[in-house]
Design a protein around this ligand. Structure first.
Ligand code: FCB
Length: 444
């Protein structure tokens, strides 16, 4: 079996570097009947939204199988588990805590604690309660306040049982994919809506941070952003500008306000009627101190300039690709981390997701996913390069613990280190899980 080798720069950090695996509620839990509907339930019911017409009703049935799944995670020897709480499972329409729902997560926390594992809790991984979407969703300031109320209730209850709180996972996906280009729930296609949703999401993050400080002042808290570093399609100045604009519009749009309290200058180039409605005081709330920044990295993106001076993504085939059609570009991971370190005063960074969908084949009870092992190896090496260059990186979470509902692509893409048979709900550790485990045990 192919092995994973722990790079020296990471080994040298010893216990100061956390290894984990990540999941999210809607993608694995199922048990839809035990929670309120969320925007992804509704989106899945619409025509032509999900590649295989599937939904999250059952998913990996983790709601029933959580103990078995967590035992598997313990076996892997990780230090930490990053999972998300489903807002529609823990808060009723009347805004009160649902005891059955919150107990599910308390059981997970207790289990992790008993085994000496850390819990990184994501408070929003895209499952907005549908009744809030019906009242305006992420276009309405009320949703930001409703989110803060939900976070207040949850953090008041769970307090320092968590080792880290993450407000939002990838507001780019919620705001841009969900409201601007409509490939994610709730499926709106409107530039103004996208920019507005981004702003409300950032506001929700800032308000939630205040609640976390209030109820769990000793627990580190931050946000998770996804980033696909932007490269120009050619050396022309137009393409270089296009790549820069794409990067500001799709990534720094989130990071710059959080770290500096203002949007990238590109905002002023947008027509007034697509700019978000920013109220006095919002930027102060958004830029409250975070203790860490979570980054999800999968691939790079290439852009060229359009005739109207905007940018468009170009499909390139310079590197091998994963089953997502994403180029495998570990060097871009290093460049990205070093570039951010040079541009901003960064808080400590956690890589909160990294991984690959591959064409896994289950044969004689085994999944020999050599390419996924290679992906992890080259990206861990890239991370080690960034650490050697002085970037303060504290941890790495593989996406994902197990195969799951990959949003608009349904169950057609497998990201897990554990294979899930969706008919029997059997779990089979892929070779990548065994390689990850062996690498983690090699630390002691
Ligand atoms: C990220 C999401 C995660 C998963 C991976 C592949 O954007 O946070 O839920 O879908 O991509």
């Amino acid at each position: 079996m192919k092995k994973l080798v722990l790079p020296d720069a990471i080994r040298a950090l010893g216990g100061d570097f956390t290894f984990g695996v990540a999941t999210s509620s809607f993608q694995i839990e199922g048990a839809r009947e035990l929670r309120l509907d969320c925007i992804w339930d509704t989106f899945c019911e619409q025509q032509d939204t999900i590649l295989d017409q599937s939904n999250g009703d059952t998913a990996c049935d983790h709601y029933s199988l959580w103990e078995q799944d967590l035992s598997m995670l313990i076996e892997l020897g990780v230090d930490a588990y990053r999972f998300s709480i489903a807002w529609p499972r823990v808060v009723g329409k009347d805004g009160t805590l649902n005891e059955v729902g919150i107990q599910f997560y308390e059981n997970i926390l207790n289990f992790l604690k008993q085994h000496g594992k850390q819990a990184f809790i994501t408070l929003y991984h895209w499952d907005l309660p549908q009744h809030l979407e019906d009242e305006g969703g992420w276009l309405s300031r009320d949703t930001a306040y409703a989110f803060a109320d939900y976070v207040g209730l949850v953090v008041n209850r769970l307090g320092d049982q968590a080792d880290a709180y993450i407000t939002l996972n990838e507001p780019f996906c919620s705001g841009y994919l969900g409201y601007e280009i409509g490939v994610h729930a709730p499926g709106q296609k409107n530039q103004k809506a996208g920019r507005q949703a981004n702003h409300i999401l950032l506001l929700a993050h800032g308000l939630a941070m205040q609640k976390i400080r209030q109820h769990a002042p000793s627990v580190p808290a931050g946000i998770v952003l996804n980033i696909h570093p932007s490269y120009p399609d050619s050396a022309s100045s137009a393409d270089q500008r296009a790549a820069q604009m794409a990067s500001d519009y799709l990534f720094h749009w989130y990071l710059t306000p959080i770290l500096t309290g203002s949007y990238p200058a590109l905002l002023e180039n947008l027509p007034c009627d697509v700019q978000p409605e920013v109220v006095t005081g919002d930027m102060d709330i958004i830029s409250g101190k975070i203790d860490f920044l979570g980054l999800n990295y999968y691939t790079r993106a290439v852009y060229r300039s359009t005739n109207d001076g905007w940018f468009e993504e170009v499909e390139r085939n310079d590197y091998p690709k994963t089953e997502m059609g994403w180029e495998i570009t570990p060097h871009a991971f290093t460049d990205l981390l070093i570039g951010l370190h040079q541009r901003y005063v960064l808080p400590p960074i956690y890589i909160t997701e990294n991984g690959a969908a591959m064409a896994d084949q289950l044969e004689s009870g085994k999944v020999v996913d050599v390419q996924r092992i290679d992906y992890f190896q080259t990206h861990l090496n890239a991370l080690a390069d960034a650490i050697e260059a002085g970037v303060d990186i504290r941890g790495y979470f593989a996406w994902s613990l197990m195969d799951n509902f990959e949003w608009a692509l349904g169950y057609s893409k497998r990201f897990g280190v554990v294979y899930v048979d969706y008919v029997t709900q059997d779990r089979i550790l892929k070779d990548s899980a065994l390689a990850y485990r062996d690498m983690l045990y090699s630390r002691s």
